[in-house]
Write a protein that binds this ligand. Sequence first.
Ligand SMILES: [Zn+2]
Length: 322
Amino acid sequence: MRKRDFERLVESLPGLSPAQLRTLVQSVSTLSGRREVQDVTDKRIETLAACPHCAHETFARWGRTKSGDQRYRCAGCKKTFSSLTGTPFNRVHDKSKLLENAACMGEFLSVREAADRLGVHRNTAFRYRHLMMPLLERHQPGELAGVAEADEAFFKLSYKGQKRGLPRKPHKRGTPASKRGISREQVAVLTAVSRGSRNSFIAVLPSVPSAALVGAALGPLLRPDTVLCSDSASAYKTAGKALGIVVRQIPRGTHKLGPYHIQNVNALHSRIKAGLRPFRGVATKNLHRYLAWFRFFDRGAGAVTPRQLLLDAIGVAVTNTD
Ligand SMILES: [Zn+2]
């Protein structure tokens, strides 16, 4: 817009009625959210540097889409695309809220809280959240070096959201497990972290932790000189033997064995439980996703930004999170 036209626009504002002002504020806020999101999503095209349809590397700007996004046209297949073509976000009607949604996720807000803040229906907030999660699972540490601590956390088996075909009678919210301790009513999550690192390994196990499951999950991450610390469960001893690495087990009823302990991994469990508390139980079928989400932000305050979550969700790898 020309400078003079803009000045006229600003000068005309005092003449607006309260209702017109509210409409204007709403439009400005939507537009500015949209621009911020666009700024992030444009990075995808920069990173891809190729047509999402045919991977041809020559393409040019080609007007704008109906919603105001930059459109591109491929010189190879002649098809047009925008920065979100080929991602699930392409079908999101109002993209202006995506960055704010990522901010809500950084704060681990419940769906209702996020819906309130975004001014959308809770089903929409739920959908936004689930669009953000699938790619997060590719982040896990490449290796566990030095002294690595491993332990399991247990979550109650939950069929939340499932309306048909329940293998048992539905529970009222908050029903405690009928058996104490580890049972078929619990899901085991294997966690491990190298001492001095916040880059933790978190994986849902398909059944009760056995030496085979522990070995298969941790084996590829452990270096020959890694010392694995665990509680007294025999699965770790057997897995360590099979993998040929040293395992130091903290005897039951004590907190450490010489310089070895599992306090870092126990602290991780506390953070996971606290992080997932606002959701009041996560459906077991979604647990791996919620854990990946928790993991993404569990790097100390401000280490990962909402902008990085959105970038990651549209397939632009965020380098400091593997
Ligand atoms: Zn193409």
